[in-house]
Ligand binder design. Structure first.
Ligand code: C5P
Length: 216
């Protein structure tokens, strides 16, 4: 915990495309500031996974909305949410606006809990917590992101090729584009050529600068 931030609320928004490194950075920031963290992609993955489990067509907006409206935090513990198919299903349900609205309260309550929180996603700095003290936009070249996601999934035992993952990410970026709006006051960090420690140092510096500016 940094001296000077102790005792006050700190909301950190970490947005960016799939496999940009935002999840890792969000967790590191949460540990550093002793804040609770929420990976908001898991909410969409949970709705997508329920759609699969219940046998719905993933483009059935009515079914997706009904599932999102009965979302429960307990669904987030499902290990299958980390798998490739859950990510694909997530981006199909995430383009349905009523699904996004149904998941909004949970995220906003998490962000605005006493003391603050770190949330990573696509629209944290613009929709969920436009009042965040610090907003980061984390990006990387799509080929670099594909390499990272490929290593993550193969280390979990998934049989995938890097070419499949690259194709997934290109399709996912296009589908997610309407909900990936970079906040005007976000600090952009390109992690393509950064190791995790360098990326974390850049993220931490940006948070300290932004939150210092906010709080005076
Ligand atoms: O970040 P992650 O890959 O887990 O997100 C899965 C999908 O959920 C994204 O591709 C995106 O469609 C959706 N999502 C979103 N808004 C968020 C987080 C995730 O639309 N805040």
């Amino acid at each position: 915990m940094s001296a000077g931030l102790i005792g006050r609320s700190l909301i950190i928004a970490v947005d960016g495309p799939a496999a940009s490194g935002k999840g890792t950075l969000a967790k590191r920031l949460a540990t550093h500031f002793a804040l609770p963290a929420l990976d908001t992609g898991l909410l969409y993955r949970a709705v997508g996974q329920k759609m699969r489990d219940e046998g719905h067509d993933l483009d059935d907006a009515t079914a997706a909305t009904a599932i999102a409206r009965r979302f429960e935090a307990a669904w987030l513990a499902d290990e299958r949410l980390r798998e490739r198919l859950a990510g694909e299903a997530a981006s199909r349900v995430a383009k349905v606006n009523p699904v996004r609205e149904a998941l909004r309260d949970f995220q906003q309550s998490f962000a605005h809990q006493p003391g603050g929180a770190v949330l990573d996603g696509r629209d944290i700095g613009t929709v969920i917590a436009p009042d965040a003290d610090a907003k980061l936009w984390i990006d990387a070249d799509v080929a670099v992101r594909a390499g990272r996601r490929f290593r993550e999934l193969t280390s979990r035992g998934e049989a995938v090729t890097e070419a499949d993952i690259l194709a997934d990410l290109v399709a996912r970026d296009a589908r997610d584009a309407p909900n990936m709006v970079i906040a005007d006051d976000a600090t952009r960090i390109d992690t393509s050529h950064l190791g995790i420690e360098e990326a974390f140092a850049a993220a931490l510096a940006a948070v300290l600068k932004a939150s210092g500016a906010q709080h005076g």
